[in-house]
Design a protein around this ligand. Structure first.
Ligand code: OOG
Ligand code: MG
Length: 256
């Protein structure tokens, strides 16, 4: 079997068996970024073979809070499937994950495709809706530690997502406040501007990075713009929510 397909199998099994594996780069040779995205594409093929469907992309390290927490400075993307989606207000069982964390995000719904180098204006025109979102990240690597190539190969840590109700995009999107709450306590507060100064820039970057991996953002896809604040570990018997000024909220019940 090809080396990159073999690595995809290792990471896929780690997720399915909920057992963390050593960092790929720990074996000596680091993957190139192109190889890391090829492993990520292999992970999607394994999911598709089980009946899952690609529904969009997630962006990573678009805020300083996330870059500082994970000590990685480069923008990355990951692939989202229908099976990763949890209904707003739905339940997540911790038993299905290794060491999950949660972070507040914004989701874009695309009404038209976007590909390659696009202007912020055309990105804005392609947006059919924007919604508060939560991303559950769960590194398949030990101790939630990784190099840039490691995390890309591991589908950029993505594990699950919750998306609130779609709203038409306000013109002052970047000005909106974002809070991550747990059982009514505010864990983190920030603003949409934490995401590259304006979350639309994350969408522009998504179109560019996707094109480098021979992907186009499709109409009907959703794109997670990236965590606006640091991520927090999930704890059992809690209710975690994201609240975005003017856009509303999305929530998740966490069970053992
Ligand atoms: C990698 C994924 C980064 C974000 O929103 O910045 C990410 C990680 O933190 O494990 O999802
Ligand atoms: Mg994220």
């Amino acid at each position: 079997m090809q080396r990159l397909e073999q690595l995809a199998l290792v990471l896929d099994q780690a997720a399915r068996q909920r057992i963390a594996v050593p960092q790929l780069g720990a074996g000596g040779e680091e993957l190139t970024l192109r190889e890391a995205y090829a492993v990520q594409a292999g992970l999607l093929r394994l999911r598709e073979a089980r009946g899952e469907r690609l529904i969009g992309l997630k962006m990573g390290f678009t805020s300083e809070a996330k870059r500082a927490q994970m000590k990685i400075d480069d923008l990355i993307f990951g692939r989202l499937t229908d099976a990763m989606r949890i209904a707003d207000g739905g339940t997540l069982s911790l038993g299905g994950f290794i060491h999950p964390r949660i972070e507040p995000e914004l989701a874009f719904l695309l009404g038209a495709p976007l590909s390659g180098e696009v202007s912020p204006e055309s990105a804005r025109r392609a947006v059919a809706g924007v919604a508060p979102a939560l991303e559950v990240i769960d590194s398949r690597y030990r101790d939630f530690r990784f190099s840039l190539a490691d995390v890309i190969a591991d589908n950029s840590s993505s594990a699950a997502l919750v998306v609130g109700g779609w709203q038409s995009p306000p013109t002052d999107l970047a000005a909106l406040g974002i809070r991550l709450c747990c059982d009514g306590t505010v864990l983190e507060s920030g603003s949409a501007a934490a995401i590259m100064g304006d979350p639309l820039r994350s969408l522009v970057a998504a179109a560019r990075l996707a094109a480098a991996a021979d992907l186009r953002l499709e109409a009907g896809w959703l794109v997670l713009a990236g965590g606006a604040t640091a991520a927090h570990p999930l704890r059992p018997k809690t209710r975690v929510s994201v609240e975005v000024e003017r856009l509303g909220s999305a929530a998740l019940e966490v069970q053992p």
